[in-house]
Design a protein around this ligand. Structure first.
Ligand code: PMP
Length: 366
């Protein structure tokens, strides 16, 4: 018996699941996680908050996650300088679930979503999973968004949802505010459609957040996560900021009590320690920049990075280089972009191990 013998939906036949390898190797720099464990005082605070939540686990959690959304709105206001209120914020189990709720609300059968690839593979997978048609738009050679081609694609396809990933995974490329505005205008003229700006990595960027653009643009949504900058990938907490009407709209599809009381308590504890966690972000940015310089110093091509990861290449046999680095105990990511690999910035020691592995793995000049 295999999947094809089951009466699954036709559009899922032949598809592959999301599958970053989870291998047991000493240095894991393949899934853009934060290498720093949560600091002990925060671990203690989580235990305290979760204990308090446990006393009420006989009851369903706050379905509207009011206190948490308040905390997330404060965080956004403080870090972007743009005032955001709780009514503009919605949270779910990872930004993947936020994206899924948005696709369930604004996509679906008979509708299409457009993204500019290479980009985060889950945008296409979540679209397909929600019955939304997926259309792959182009990028320039340097992986920036090809604005003319993008605007033309929007006019032609008239998608219901447009994905803009900034900084973009797996390339690290940030998108300028002007570009997002032009895409938004094109998307409104064509339909109007929902424009999702995925800012999972924005805390690592040289550029300011695009969040202020939501003002006066009810069809623009910014998604965020605590998986990267907050170093809490295991928590599963993502969120969005948008017009309050968007928050009202996703209520139509969210499962009741989707965000457990334990999750809400843990995320609130993390928010209390924002400053410490953002201190690690500064260290990671410096390490990212060091890796960029070192890889360029080795004669490799490196895409400018605004994220906590770096795309480097170009390799004639990408898989062979990936394997050679792995054989030296360092796991990086082959995202299927021909000629390129991606490495996540780790601790200084992990990054040194990675650079040593790369030096030993480069094909010798012919
Ligand atoms: N968006 C982007 C661009 C990502 O790279 C990721 C995680 N790799 C996510 C969203 C989802 O993150 P999470 O569900 O952990 O919030």
């Amino acid at each position: 018996m295999n999947i094809d013998d089951l009466p699954i939906r036709d559009e899922l036949r032949g598809q592959s699941p999301y599958g970053a390898p989870q291998l047991d190797v000493p240095v894991q720099l393949n899934t853009n996680e934060n290498p720093y464990p949560l600091p002990e005082p925060l671990v203690a605070r989580i235990a305290e908050r979760v204990a308090e939540a446990a006393r009420h686990l006989n009851r369903y959690p706050d379905r509207d996650a009011v206190e948490l959304r308040e905390g997330l709105a404060d965080y956004l206001t403080r870090t972007t300088g743009h005032a955001v209120t709780r009514t503009q914020v919605w949270a779910a189990n990872g930004s993947n679930e936020v994206l899924q709720q948005l696709l369930q609300t604004f996509g679906g059968p008979g509708r299409t979503a457009l993204g500019f690839e290479p980009s985060y593979s889950m945008h296409a997978l979540i679209s397909r999973g929600t019955g939304t048609g997926w259309i792959s738009g182009p990028r320039n050679e340097d992986f920036t968004v090809d604005l003319d081609a993008a605007v033309a694609a929007i006019a032609e396809v008239r998608p219901n949802v447009v994905f803009v990933c900034s900084p973009n995974n797996p390339t690290g490329t940030a998108v300028a505010a002007d570009t997002v505005l032009a895409l938004y205008e094109a998307a409104q003229a064509a339909r109007p459609s929902l424009v999702i700006v995925d800012e999972a990595y924005v805390e690592f960027s040289h550029r300011a957040s695009l969040l202020p653009l939501i003002e006066g643009r009810p069809n623009l949504v910014v998604t965020r996560t605590m998986s990267k900058a907050f170093g809490a990938a295991g928590l599963r907490l993502g969120y969005l900021a948008a017009d309050p009407a968007v928050v009202d709209a996703v209520q139509l599809v969210r499962l009741p009590y989707h965000l457990s009381a334990v999750t809400q308590a843990t995320a609130l504890a993390c928010l209390e320690h924002t400053d410490t966690l953002l201190g690690y972000v500064e260290q990671l940015k410096a390490e990212r920049d060091r890796l960029v310089d070192a890889l360029r110093g080795l004669g490799l091509s490196v895409t400018d990075s605004d994220a906590n990861f770096i795309q480097f290449g170009r390799f004639a046999d990408t898989h062979a280089v990936w394997q050679a680095i792995l054989d030296r105990g360092v796991l990086v990511r082959d995202n299927g972009v021909p000629g390129w690999l991606r490495v996540t910035a780790g601790t200084p020691a992990e990054n040194d191990a990675f650079l040593d592995a790369v030096r030993l793995s480069l094909p010798s000049p012919a």
